[in-house]
Design a protein around this ligand. Sequence first.
Ligand code: HEC
Ligand code: HEC
Length: 187
Amino acid sequence: MHIQRPPVLAAPVLTILVTALALIAATPGAQADGAFPPITNPDVVRECSDCHLLYRPEMLPAASWKAIMGNLGAHFGEDATLAEPLRTDIEAYHVSHASDVSGARQAQKFLKGVDLKNPPIRISATPRFTRKHDELDPAVFTTKDVGSKAHCNACHREAKDGLFDEDTVKIPGYINLPFGINIKPLW
Ligand code: HEC
Ligand code: HEC
């Protein structure tokens, strides 16, 4: 009579496998950036989110924020004038969290490659923005659902919470596949 040997090895091998998988899953992904620090100044939140997404101060250097906050009367074709001391207070918050002042990891990333002598006045004109979007069809920014590069939250679904990671992006009107492949359906 032949007696089947119990699978003694199976249990330990399975345990090792499960442990290894759990360890891999727990390791922070090299790709994931994590969220920007929260904006803690209620004046900034109130005054800078009426017309568009509340942009993160860590995305531009101090010189850019000084230029933007010093010219609110002609703000990208809009009058966004603020009374003093509100304007000064909001400028100070942006400057103290700017990409070349803040120590946050996100700030360091947005500072890389920026020409501080000729600071951009748009986040969408920073080297990091360009690097991260240069493989996209430029037409994705001008569809009626998006409108312009400045409308980050049209694609970055968690941008309000300061999260821009790749796995939270969905380009409206496109089929978004892994590895950054986006297809415009013909139907
Ligand atoms: C009255 C409306 C209005 C208010 C209030 C306003 N903005 Fe804007 N802002 C705009 C418009 C319009 C644009 C251009 C958007 C576009 O290009 O599609 C813009 C663009 C920007 C951009 C450039 C975005 C990019 O990367 O292209 C920054 C930065 C910015 N605003 C910062 C601020 C800050 C800081 C405040 C608060 C002090 C503020 N805005 C308040 C209307 C406003
Ligand atoms: C038309 C849609 C669209 C708009 C609008 C858009 N993005 Fe993106 N963004 C993408 C896509 C798609 C990716 C991922 C590219 C890839 O696969 O590497 C991306 C990637 C990024 C990344 C890199 C994320 C990472 O983990 O590597 C950052 C940061 C980012 N975007 C910031 C912004 C900001 C800030 C704005 C607005 C000023 C903006 N984006 C506007 C589609 C958009």
